[in-house]
Design a protein around this ligand. Sequence first.
Ligand SMILES: N[C@@H](CCC(=O)OP(=O)(O)O)C(=O)O
Length: 535
Amino acid sequence: MARARTCMPCTIVIKLGTSSIVHETTHQPLLSTLSAVVETVLKLRSLGHKVVLVSSGAIGVGLKRMEIPSRPKVLSKSQALAAIGQGRLIALWDSLFSHLGQPIAQILLTRGDISDRTRYLNAVNTLTELLSMGVVPIVNENDTISVSEIKFGDNDTLSAITSGMIHADYLFLLTDVDGLYTANPRKDPNAQAIEVVDSVQAIRSQVSTKTLGSHLGTGGMESKLIAAEIAAEVGVATAICSSKHPERILDIINYDKATRVASHSGPGTPREPGSGRSSPTPLRVSTPSGPSSTTSEETTPGPRTLSLPSIPTPPPERPPHTLFTPSATPMRDLKSWTSHTLWPAGSVVIDAGAHTVLSRRESGGRLLPAGVVGVIGTFASGQAVRIVIRRRTGMTQEPEQITTISTSSTIKRTYATDSPMSEPGTPAIQPAASLTSSISTIEHLPRAMSIDSNPVSNPSPLVTTWEDEPRADDRDDFPTSGADWEIFEVGRGLANYNSAQIKRVKGTKSSNIPHVLGYADSEYVVENVTIRIPP
Ligand SMILES: N[C@@H](CCC(=O)OP(=O)(O)O)C(=O)O
């Protein structure tokens, strides 16, 4: 049973994005929102809950201090503004919490900090100690020293990793909408609110994440899905809800507990309808039973409101929010650490020219968007990615150098059992002397091709074959009509942008990045690339 069903008191992480902390255009701090957050945290604390805040806003506060109208496109300028703003941001929080006698602490992290196991454990110990002292830790990315290869990139990802570090029960992503919708609710009157998500993978095909997100933040809805996915894997329930109503956090916890109690009181016990929601047809999206299967909600035409028989003790009114249910079998700490700090979360497909350039020492291991032809999977900026090339099947290849990887929900998934790469949810790796051969262990790979958990020191070669229709996401990247493309891993690197962003800038010049994305932290889409298999 997931912890979120039983915790009392609970450990709660509350993340506020930039748009919830400063006004989007004036950059004035949103004092009423911040005060309401402080009151909510105090209320939660008075009930015995432990609370960690993840607060963005350093750059936004820095913009106001320097009277600069918009977020700079250049990384070093953003870092300077973060240095200016972070002190004032934490002073603001300290001032608000001090009025209610609540001590706080500042924790600034980079991905580099938590990639080192000792430093990671030190951060865990400090957070744990602070919570046991009754302090509210306030976490932000250490922007000033977060060069692109060690950046989390957005605080949604940071908050999910923080949740895993302290084995939180709930992660609340407070934002400028009251949950996840099938489309942008500000623009599309038919946008449907989604109440419960059991599978982030399944929800991706049903929602549009492109249109949400503010000018100041870097996150947006896609990064919230990534965060929810990371949190779910480590056993944390994630709720997306409105930063205008932080007091609803307690209502959401009560509602979640009440509905879980109710749902355990008998089979078929219902969930409360989305009272107070702006959408009349809330959805629940569950894990597909197989790679290409869909839930009954997904396949049943017409309105997809849940049917709700009566229950003996009705749960409280459902506050607007989207709840992502945690995995019933969360990863162990070490696995989650390895997975989310070093593990390649996806692949960037490059062309032959980029492969040649990256293989030269003078390239510095930096990949320009012009050399990218596709993106596979979903990853956040700062995560490790595979660098892969594509070619038609049937080309000469040493059989023992070929492994296969499943990259799409429509592709048969199998998992090796004895390797560090055999996390559920990660692609299957299998020797492919025959691509249809059954899976065995990776010891069959030649020593030079053996796989360890360090992507830089020992990336593994792999080949992807499309055994089925690629997902819609993949379709624009890979021609499928009559073509069997193989994807062959040649190296690994660290993404400077998330998968959706790299898709948008692939094949273009670096100078286009600010125009397409609205900002540019780097002219390179992937850095620290180590090519292990030269052209
Ligand atoms: N660490 C940065 C925030 C990064 C960011 O943009 O986060 P978010 O607003 O949550 O998308 C800051 O404090 O300004």
